[in-house]
Write a protein that binds this ligand. Sequence first.
Ligand SMILES: Cc1ncc(COP(=O)(O)O)c(C=O)c1O
Length: 361
Amino acid sequence: MPETTIAALNQTLYSGFVAEGPKVREFTQMVSDYLQNPRTMMVNNCTMALQIACHLSDVHPGDEVITTPLTSICTNVPIRHLKGKPVWADVDPTTGMSDINDVEKLINKRTKAIMLLHKDGDIVDLDKYVDLAKSYGVRLIEDCAHTYGAKYNDKMIGNHGDICCFSFQAIKHLTTGDGGCMTFQDEELYERGKKLKWLGVDRDKRDGNPWLSDITELGYKANMNDIAATIGVEAQKVIEPIIEKYHHNGELFTKTLKDLNIPGVTLIRRDPKAYSVYWTYVIMSEKRDGLCAYLEENGVFAEQNHPRNDVWTIFKDSRRELPGVDFFAARELSLPCGWWVDDEDIYRICDLIKNYQKKYN
Ligand SMILES: Cc1ncc(COP(=O)(O)O)c(C=O)c1O
């Protein structure tokens, strides 16, 4: 967090206004400029953004949303809160992300949306997903919690699917403590979204008391406040070098691991059209748990980032055979890749992986 945050917070805290106000407007404008999408809206976290996105996709009891079990619980809980059914797409074992062929097979008349996770900062096949969703008339919701600052086909993420949801939670590329934002392609959805995040009320309405207008749709208390936005404004001022560092680190991992060509370690498929922001650097290891423990003994924290969701009781109605998930979940390992990791750390981590695999492969 930049040091300027303290002075900025001090000013906001004693300004007499800490609810959603001028700082949220300032932060919204900055993020909107950065993402190059004028239909950008702040929220209090990405989980609520995903719930609003499902609501806007008209997910009603019994409706289906095609999604992945290899994600944070936050991706899938909003579907259940609306009494919809998460339908697990199998993952492509070369990427760990939803297999588009399986997604297409799962679309039926109850399908309201495809929930597409861009896992750990990577993006694959996004254009094909946009076309698929359009051709079947279902919404494409992108879970962009790990992809702030990423691009696809030279366009910022936040400008492809119908609704994109970003997280500004504590360990994301940009943090406001907790927070998030949504971007929209469609003006009408954007206007509806703005009301939904504030209990159905249009806060932008400046002529008179907004509470005196009728409320026609049940909304959520999901707005960002000026304290979080103040942190966000300062963080956004320095975001570009941070994103570049994540990207540099990911590319250096790829180059170093390719050069080392370690038996038992496979790199995941990355789409050449994507500018990944490598939230973590994911590899597949045939000896994942042992490698993980070895890295930890040597001071490197690595883990399977998000254990599979489909085994939990809350999602028991969604169970199905998922061979791609079985394969990937047994092997995936997230290596640290953030701005605090330098080139020497990366060479050392790769050497540790090589030493371990040489001994135990
Ligand atoms: C993939 C994914 N989606 C959604 C979220 C939810 O983000 P938030 O904590 O802002 O609600 C997270 C949070 O870690 C996440 O990893």
